[in-house]
Design a protein around this ligand. Structure first.
Ligand code: ADP
Length: 496
């Protein structure tokens, strides 16, 4: 990602059709100072396109557009908002293959996974099109009978939405769709590594009838300043962020100054627990899903695999065999199972964590070495007997590395699993229903996969406890993050 004023014309037809400007008040425009930055294909290092690089003044314009559109948008009929989302759902699914190719080009994940993400992203549009018409309030009477209590729900107001690069489309729809459903306007700042998917989504929402100014999209290489001004403005009423815990804390501090509602989806350090009575086939399938989805670049990724000593060797060998059989390559090739990591910094971090674990006595059953050649590839890696003082135990690896730690008893494994500042998700594998429920209850996390390595679903409340975040996205409660309560006290007439 380099800042420049020279525009690159994309050689890829799928990208050439995407508007790469800033979307402000319904108009696509260049940055005021004409600056752009390059978007790189992590599989090849090729520059795919250049997109407008918003200055702080452009950012201010975008927020002003959102603020200006808020009052009229809040008064629109829920069914109107619902149908815009429904049309967008249908357009995204009609263009699934195109959006998947764009995503693979800018982010690296294999095409099959990219198609899966497009469908997952579209489901948020559909889910919240259904929720838009289901917002309701409450009616009751004060204890002394003197007043009626009428409770209504209102949109919270203009929102700041900040998304990461690992799920470029789904992290956008998971915020944009409930905000639209609730009647909020918004400024969206996608990650600079993957702006193209969000730009394509914005154009689809325009085509679906979203009024000017409701969604404003600003890409920038200066997130700290552009977003910092939104946070300090006093005009934005809500921030919803998905990304690292460090940036989440900066935003929470800024939100405190203007008392903004905050939703935070931050890092994870997921424990993956395989009990002695687990079905090992199911556990290995679960481990492949929980570890290898998105090349391990997911906050839900299994970061620490605690496996009962009785099954540790069998589980490790079978997992290593499955991991070693995966084909690493350019995500555009049909045979590819594992694409590149996002960038050089991401890959260097993975290698450092693996080297540290090996130095502390772990054994690499497969992988563990950087390949030669272009692209940010890293091989699927299984590390056996990882010691508890390895940096991997306390750091989100964000790569295709499965560290296995044998355990002997349940109390020990629960205390190790919970010995972390994070609490997003945990996974439990056992054939005993009582054990499954007991361990799930004792894990300090927001979500548990029981005999499955996949928890994400638009119909479920996604989110974590501890330093993994605040609030939930999706499910019945997802829209609540974008609504405020208002209560009307209405005296009852006496003597009737
Ligand atoms: P990662 O390390 O995985 O890239 P980040 O938390 O740095 O995760 O990035 C997530 C999102 O937060 C991106 O859109 C990024 O541009 C944005 N971001 C990074 N720094 C800041 C900041 N100081 N203020 C607001 N947004 C930021």
């Amino acid at each position: 990602m380099t800042a420049t004023t020279a525009r690159v014309a994309s050689a890829h037809p799928s990208i050439a059709s995407i508007s790469t400007g800033l979307l402000i008040g319904g108009q696509w425009r260049e940055a005021a100072d004409g600056r752009v930055f390059d978007v790189e294909n992590p599989a090849t290092g090729e520059v795919l396109a250049s997109v407008a690089d918003a200055s702080p003044a452009d950012g201010d314009d975008a927020l002003a557009a959102a603020v200006g559109a808020q009052a009229a948008w809040a008064r629109t009929a829920p069914r109107h908002r619902s149908e815009i989302l429904r049309r967008a759902y249908e357009l995204v699914m009609e263009r699934q293959d195109w959006l998947a190719e764009v995503m693979t080009l800018e982010m690296g994940k294999p095409l099959a996974e990219a198609r899966g993400e497009v469908a997952y992203a579209a489901e948020f549009l559909r889910w919240f099109s259904e929720e838009a018409v289901r917002v309701s309030g409450d009616h009751s009477t004060t204890g002394d009978g003197a007043n009626r209590i009428i409770v209504t729900r209102e949109p919270v107001g203009p929102c700041v939405l900040i998304t990461p690069w690992n799920f470029p489309l789904a992290m956008g729809t998971r915020k944009v769709a409930p905000a639209i459903a609730a009647g909020c306007t918004m400024v969206l700042k996608p990650a600079p590594q993957t702006p193209l998917s969000s730009l394509a989504l914005a154009a689809i929402l325009q085509e679906s009838g979203l009024p000017d100014g409701v969604l404003n999209v600003v890409n920038t290489t200066d997130a700290a300043t552009v977003v910092g001004r939104w946070m300090a403005s006093g005009k934005a009423r809500k921030v919803s962020f998905t990304g690292s815990t460090g940036v989440g804390k900066i935003l929470l501090r800024q939100a405190a100054e203007t008392v903004m509602r905050s939703s935070m989806e931050l890092g994870g350090n997921a424990p993956f627990i395989v009990c002695a009575d687990a079905d090992v086939d199911t556990a290995v399938d679960g481990a492949m899903a929980a570890k290898m989805r998105n090349m391990g670049e997911a906050c839900t990724a299994a970061n620490r695999m605690y496996v009962h000593r009785d099954v540790a060797d069998e589980f490790s060998e079978r997992l290593a065999a499955r991991m070693a059989a995966l084909k690493v390559g350019n995500g555009l090739d049909d045979e590819t199972d594992v694409g590149p990591l996002i960038d050089s910094a991401g890959r260097t971090k993975v290698q450092r964590l693996v080297d540290d674990a090996l130095q502390r006595g772990a054994t690499a059953l497969t992988g563990g070495r950087l390949p030669d050649g272009p692209g940010y590839f890293y091989p699927p890696t299984v590390l056996a007997d990882v010691s508890s003082d390895s940096d991997l135990m306390t750091t989100e690896v964000f790569g295709p590395v499965a560290p296995i730690i044998p355990f002997d008893d349940e109390d020990e494994v629960i205390s190790r699993a919970n010995d972390t500042d994070w609490g997003l998700v945990g996974y439990v594998f056992t054939q005993d229903i009582d054990r499954a429920l007991d361990l799930s209850e004792r894990l300090e996390v927001g979500m548990v996969g029981v005999n499955t390595g996949v928890v994400s679903n638009p119909a479920a409340p996604f989110g974590g406890v501890k330093q993994s975040g605040l609030g939930r996205e999706g499910g019945k409660v997802g829209i609540d993050e974008f609504l405020e309560y208002k209560y009307l006290a209405v005296p009852r007439r006496r003597g009737r």
